[in-house]
Design a protein around this ligand. Structure first.
Ligand code: CP
Length: 306
């Protein structure tokens, strides 16, 4: 098997293979009986130290559709509450003979640490602000499905860039595939120095970023991670940076709107845009299952763990 820690570790060709495989997986999901035995006899544990609706349940469904046995551990209902360390928790899961651990943790580097200390394949389901590779891949898949290609598209990421692992995985994945990445948001949530490189354009003005966009990915304002409260205030944020129909009209006619979810509707995105004709937000969730089936297959039956 192979760890899936960040899209930085993937070649363009590997990403293409996963996107192709996800297309086949999507066909399987559309059948009456959406099961294939590709991972029969494999066992997967999801280990989540942070809340999740989409990522955890779509990895679980993905594993089950492929015939694997899947067990879920969430921090709040496990012996983590009694003080068991990450290392000991990993050892405990490993001792049960599992093949893969799908892990979410608040600390950057937690998945890489797990891959060093534990022998099962590690799939990063989000580590702090560092990486969320399955989200990056499902965004690529959704964009490619709509646009027919990736190279040369104008892809805009709006909002709380500082705290966003989704932004980082998007940047890595989109740049590898030749997509032009544009970033915009309040200066207080924009770590410019991290992203000043070729192929990435940082805008002070959100309208400039949105102009002629092919895709706009609206990030969730991560209220739980704003140490000094949200600045600008929620009301100002919605007014100055929120994606509404007026701003959306600046983009290309066939612009696609993405959001990783969960949404703060009325803050970073208006309900009209969230549920409007350009929105692919529900499709992202649907595609997330197929893409995670492809990721699990890649991780569990492709190559050897280094
Ligand atoms: N997009 C995303 O990671 O959603 P969840 O936190 O619900 O998994």
């Amino acid at each position: 098997g192979k760890d899936v820690l960040a899209l930085a570790d993937f070649s363009k060709e590997e990403i293409q293979v996963i996107l192709e495989s996800a297309k086949e997986m999507k066909n399987i999901i559309h059948r009456d009986i959406k099961k294939v035995p590709a991972l029969r006899g494999k066992s997967i544990v999801t280990l989540f130290y942070e809340p999740s609706t989409r990522t955890r349940s779509s990895f679980e469904l993905a594993g089950k559709y492929l015939g694997a046995d899947v067990v879920n551990i969430t921090a709040g209902t496990s012996s983590i509450v009694k003080g068991e360390s990450l290392r000991d928790t990993l050892y405990t899961v490993e001792a049960m003979g599992v093949d893969a651990i799908v892990m979410r943790h608040k600390a950057e580097g937690a998945a890489e640490y797990a891959s060093k200390v534990a022998s099962p394949v590690i799939i990063n389901a989000g580590d702090g602000a560092h990486a969320h590779p399955s989200q990056g891949l499902l965004n690529l898949f959704t964009v490619q499905e709509h646009k027919g290609h990736l190279e040369g598209l104008k892809y805009v990421i709006l909002g709380d860039i500082t705290h966003s692992r989704v932004a980082r995985s998007d940047i890595q994945g989109m740049r590898k595939m030749g997509v032009e990445v544009h970033l915009a948001g309040p200066r207080t949530l924009m770590p410019r120095f991290l992203f000043e490189e070729e192929g990435i354009v940082i805008h002070d003005n959100i309208e400039d970023a949105i102009k002629d966009a092919d895709v706009i990915n609206v990030l969730r304002i991560q209220l739980e991670r704003q140490k000094a409260g949200l600045f600008p205030s929620p009301r100002e944020y919605a007014r100055i940076f929120g994606l509404n129909d007026k701003r959306l009209a600046l983009a290309k006619d066939d612009v696609l709107v993405l959001h990783p979810g969960p949404m703060n509707k009325g803050l970073e995105i208006s309900p009209y845009v969230a549920y409007g004709d350009h929105s692919a937000i529900q499709e992202q969730v649907q595609n997330g299952v197929a893409v995670r089936m492809a990721i699990l297959t890649h991780a569990l039956i492709g190559g050897n763990k280094a």
